[in-house]
Design a protein around this ligand. Structure first.
Ligand code: PRP
Ligand code: MN
Ligand code: MG
Length: 179
């Protein structure tokens, strides 16, 4: 698996340090608010698992699966709810966790949906932000790292469902996806 990686972009240590920093900021922001923390499957899972352990106030967890990429390298632009929330967001402070914001289509769809469902507030924290990929205006409330317009994998991010279990974020060798 690791031989498919051209370059480690963000190391395991850098991620763990950032996750502590973000956890601290979120602890202050959401102290006594009992936010509903929503992980977007499947990419946000490693980030979610690490981040929530650094939030030192009560939170509730839920998961949602909205997929737009399938096995393609670029977004189809069509967002599909694969698994909806189990919890009502009405009147709740909601925090959405993402591994990456690229075109912004997934999150703008989700933010709109949760606002329509009458969440009290909707904020977004992403580990990675790829501003060059944006097709819609979407700025995360918190972001770990800004990444260049390259195909990155690892720490939740996949190529054809692989590489999610890498502990770091890396750039894939072009020959891997060029066949
Ligand atoms: C990826 C990624 C984000 C989204 C970002 O998810 O995890 O959720 O795409 O892209 P966007 O800003 O262009 O919408 P994907 O739909 O591939 O599902 P996955 O998390 O299961 O891999
Ligand atoms: Mn995703
Ligand atoms: Mg994907």
């Amino acid at each position: 698996m690791r031989e498919d990686i051209k370059e480690v972009l963000i190391s395991e240590e850098q991620i763990q340090e950032k996750v502590k920093e973000l956890g601290k900021a979120l602890t202050e922001e959401y102290d006594d608010k009992f936010p509903l923390v929503i992980g977007v499957l499947k990419g946000s899972l490693p980030f979610m698992a690490d981040l929530i352990k650094n939030i030192d106030t009560h939170i509730e967890l839920d998961l949602m699966d909205v997929s737009s990429y399938g096995n393609d390298m670029v977004s189809s632009g069509e967002v599909k709810i694969v698994k909806d929330l189990n919890t009502s967001v009405e009147g709740r402070d909601v925090l959405i966790l993402e591994d990456i914001i690229d075109s912004g289509l997934t999150l703008s769809y989700l933010v709109n949906l949760l606002q329509y469902r009458k969440a009290k507030s909707v904020k977004v924290v992403t580990l990675l932000d790829k501003p060059e990929g944006r097709k819609v205006d979407l700025v995360p409330d918190l972001a770990g790292f800004v990444v260049p317009d390259e195909f990155v994998v690892g720490y939740g991010l996949d190529y054809a469902e692989k590489y999610r279990n890498l502990p770091y974020v890396g750039i894939l060798k072009p020959e891997v996806y060029q066949g």
